[in-house]
Design a binder for this molecule. Structure first.
Ligand SMILES: *[C@@H]1O[C@H](CO)[C@@H](O)[C@H](O)[C@H]1NC(C)=O
Length: 316
């Protein structure tokens, strides 16, 4: 992907990265890296359980859709984006947009095999997302009530993610309506990796508020923390989410909980041996789960961000 002219959201390059790294340093404890086999651990009804091979394989179409969103809109419109598009050969594109620069690429279409409308947004490479996640200039901000009618008070999200979502929300909503009526389906699946995962989760909240009779599922990969505790609570009550996190990826542990950010539940954490486990709760601190595994910047890694997610590495 071309990397010229970074998104304005990403413009405060590295300004406060060093000071945040220092905060992480202060907060860190010595925590050896580990390699372990798939666990089946049960405690107090809160089970960390291994996913079966079949359950892991069921994510593959969505992983390929999230990866396809890194391709230019012109190729997505004709579903001619190479290996990513070939991996979902029955897909029927309905609309695509973005410029891969100021606005993330996105597409909407119909998967007649999985019987769902698919919405995907492009992510960012780690060099671009790290500055947003560590930039102290961001604020936790309320979502636009015109886009998110009737959200309970107190819900706040990272304003960079809210802005990135708002940029495509009306085009996406129109395309989803068109795809639903063309296909006669009643199911929408929103996917994305990295920043695209954050936009997907915001669509997971946005679409049901605007299409109340439609069933919406959210699948994200390497998603950073998107909002505050009230946001995570709302997602837990109202959004069906699978949140896949690869090994010690640093992005999902940012922005830090000490800044007020919280994850919703739905974590599927890929272990060092490439098995997947389901981690109950939002920021599960167990060592089998993302927050416990990538506990500080010394353990966490940028290289795990792009994958592989069950053999699929994100990118066009
Ligand atoms: C979200 O979930 C809560 C708790 O179940 C429910 O009261 C509320 O109506 C839901 N909101 C929407 C928009 O569905």
């Amino acid at each position: 992907m071309a990397m010229a002219n970074p998104n304005p959201i990403f413009s405060h390059l590295w300004k406060f990265t060093t000071s945040l790294l220092f905060l992480f340093f202060l907060a860190s404890t010595s925590h050896p890296r580990h390699a372990y086999a798939a666990p089946i651990i049960r405690r107090q009804g809160d089970a960390i359980t291994a996913l079966s091979t079949t359950e892991i394989a069921a994510f593959r179409p969505f992983t390929n859709y999230a990866s396809s969103a890194y391709c230019p809109a012109a190729k997505l419109r004709t579903w001619s984006c190479g290996r990513n598009c070939l991996a979902n050969p029955a897909f029927q594109p309905v609309a695509a947009g973005g410029d891969g620069n100021d606005i993330q690429f996105w597409f909407v279409g119909i998967d007649p095999t999985l019987k769902t409308v698919v919405v995907a947004h492009q992510g960012t490479d780690p060099k671009k997302i790290m500055p947003i996640l560590t930039d102290i200039d961001f604020i936790l901000d309320e979502l636009d009530p015109k886009l998110f009618p009737g959200l309970p008070k107190g819900i706040k999200v990272h304003n960079g993610f809210g802005k990135a979502h708002a940029e495509t929300s009306s085009d996406v909503l129109a395309a989803v309506k068109s795809a639903l009526s063309q296909s006669g389906l009643n199911q929408v699946t929103v996917v994305g990796h990295s920043l695209g995962g954050a936009i997907a989760l915001l669509n997971g909240v946005f679409l049901p508020l605007n299409l109340p009779d439609v069933s919406v599922r959210t699948v994200t990969y390497g998603m950073p923390r998107v909002g505050n505790k009230a946001f995570a609570k709302y997602v837990d009550a109202n959004v069906s989410i699978d949140r896949v996190v690869n090994r010690e990826d640093i992005v999902p542990i940012l922005p830090g909980r000490f800044l007020g950010f919280r994850h919703p539940g739905g974590e599927k954490h890929i272990q060092d041996d490439l098995s997947w486990v389901l981690c109950p709760g939002g920021d599960n601190t167990d060592k089998w789960c993302s927050v416990g595994d990538a506990r500080n910047v010394f353990d966490a890694s940028v290289k795990d961000h792009s994958g592989p997610y069950d053999t699929i590495t994100m990118g066009c």
